[in-house]
Design a protein around this ligand. Structure first.
Ligand code: NAG
Ligand code: NAG
Length: 446
């Protein structure tokens, strides 16, 4: 039973070292602003808020970070407890809900080192890993980009992202043996080896630069048959002949019309320029294949996966805002990540029920509005217009309320200001219109 004991000890040891470096749930109301730093890289970055969204599963768990402005860049970040994933598993996981029917916009996260300036954070800030979905038109894909020696490498496989209005959980797992997994809602969408599925190291072999095709290499498939000789009289066969069927017209006058000649017709025996028969080349060696050698640039690196982490950021462009981000998780604990994911998946099921209720309410409200409008329309049709309603407005002075004192000086000043503004606007319009009028051809004026 010694083996069991060791296994138990190892199990406990690995449990003890497992750690969560970031788990952001936005569940404490306004306090998220203490943990997230908006970039000040540009003044017009989109605003974010924490809200449950239009429909949700649990009022206490569904708070999420939402983009609120259309046609905006977003850049904000939060610290991760600094750590290195060297020798450890790495899990990056979060939930996204695009309840706005996203048409074109990013949903991905970027994970940065501890050397990162949240204030200047922008699209060019160097990251370690970029992970998550991205949508535009028919494109709906999950990015997984790793920075290796300053260069960003894209996953060579295509992972598609669900493009709907429900919450989905995205998970990236990287292990110290340089294998990886991408999960969407807990289902594996891609897996394999980092060095196979990203081009970090370049090709293993290259064409030998010192080798070249020998000058005497015979790569001609066919040659002229040396036995095939041009017949001696071949060139004497004329291309055209005098038409043997032609007859000199009866009224031909040799003196007036010159000597009669039959018109030319193609010679059926003429074969065109002579060419020898082609035969297979007995010296043919096949196509020359450039020999390959080991790529001297290819250096096995067993630590491509290892980074130092310190920050997580959203750097997005959104045409239609309204994406909700929740449960940002960075950990070395695959089991814990799975438990947190399961909770998200369970909530997503309830959320779908909430969506159905929400949609039913919307439909009912629409129906009621339509019915009301129809009723108003009928009433108006039934009722003939009376004098008072046709435009002769009668004022009932008893009903007017003169509680607010009117300051005549202030009112006059305001009117003056408005008039000045309108005047300025009109002048500007005239100035703008002049070059267009001047460009008009004179003809039009006539
Ligand atoms: C928000 O932060 C303040 C101060 O840091 C703290 O006192 C308060 O309990 C927090 N609120 C919640 C809901 O966690
Ligand atoms: C949310 O929390 C409040 C206060 O703790 C509680 O009264 C309420 O029942 C909770 N709602 C749900 C759906 O659990």
């Amino acid at each position: 039973m010694k083996i069991f004991t060791i296994a138990t000890v190892l199990g406990l040891a690995s449990l003890a070292s497992a750690e969560i470096f970031l788990h952001e749930t936005f569940s404490d109301g306004e306090n998220w602003t203490q943990r997230w730093t908006p970039s000040t890289h540009r003044a017009d970055l989109g605003k974010l808020e924490v809200t449950t969204g239009k429909w949700f599963a649990d009022e206490n768990k569904s708070n999420a970070l939402r983009t609120t402005e259309d046609y905006r860049f977003y850049a904000t970040s939060t610290p991760i407890k600094p750590f290195t994933n060297k020798g450890k598993d790495l899990v990056i996981q979060y939930d996204v809900k695009n309840e706005q029917h996203i048409d074109c916009g990013g949903n991905y996260v970027k994970i940065f080192s501890d050397k990162f300036d949240p204030k200047t954070f922008n699209g060019d800030s160097e990251y370690n890993i970029m992970f998550g979905p991205d949508f535009c038109g028919t494109k709906a894909m999950v990015h997984a980009i790793f920075n290796y020696k300053g260069v960003n490498y894209d996953l060579k496989k295509t992972v598609s992202a669900p493009n709907d209005v429900d919450t989905h959980t995205y998970t990236l797992i990287v292990k110290p043996d340089q294998t990886y997994q991408i999960l969407v809602d807990g289902e594996e969408k891609a897996s394999g080896e980092l060095i196979e599925d990203w081009d970090f190291l370049g090709p293993k072999t290259i064409k030998d630069p010192s080798a070249s095709k020998p000058a005497d290499w015979v790569d001609e498939h066919e040659i002229d048959d040396p036995e095939d000789k041009k017949p001696i009289d071949y060139d004497s066969i004329p291309e055209f002949l005098a038409d043997p069927e032609a007859v000199k017209p009866e009224d031909w006058d040799d003196e007036m019309d010159g000597e009669w000649e039959a018109p030319s017709v193609p010679n059926p025996d003429f074969k065109g320029p002579w060419a020898a028969q082609r035969i297979p080349n007995p010296d043919y060696k096949g196509p020359w294949i450039h020999p390959e050698i080991d790529n001297p640039e290819y250096k096995v690196d067993n630590e491509i996966y290892a980074y130092t982490f310190g920050n997580l950021g959203l750097d997005l462009w959104q045409v239609k805002s309204g994406s909700l981000f929740d449960n940002f998780l960075v950990t070395d604990d695959i089991k814990e990540a799975e438990a947190i994911r399961q909770e998200s998946l369970d909530l997503a099921v309830k959320e779908k029920e909430a969506k159905a209720v929400h949609e039913a309410e919307l439909a009912k409200a629409q129906e009621e509005a339509d019915a009301e409008q129809a009723a108003v329309g009928t009433e108006a049709d039934d009722k003939p217009l009376e004098g008072g309603e046709s435009g002769d407005m009668e004022i009932n002075f008893d009903e007017l309320n003169f509680d607010d004192e009117i300051n005549l000086d202030e009112a006059a000043a305001e009117v003056k200001e408005n008039v000045a503004e309108i005047k300025e606007e009109v002048e500007q319009k005239i100035i703008e219109a002049i070059p267009e009028a001047a460009k008009k051809p004179v003809k039009d004026e006539l």
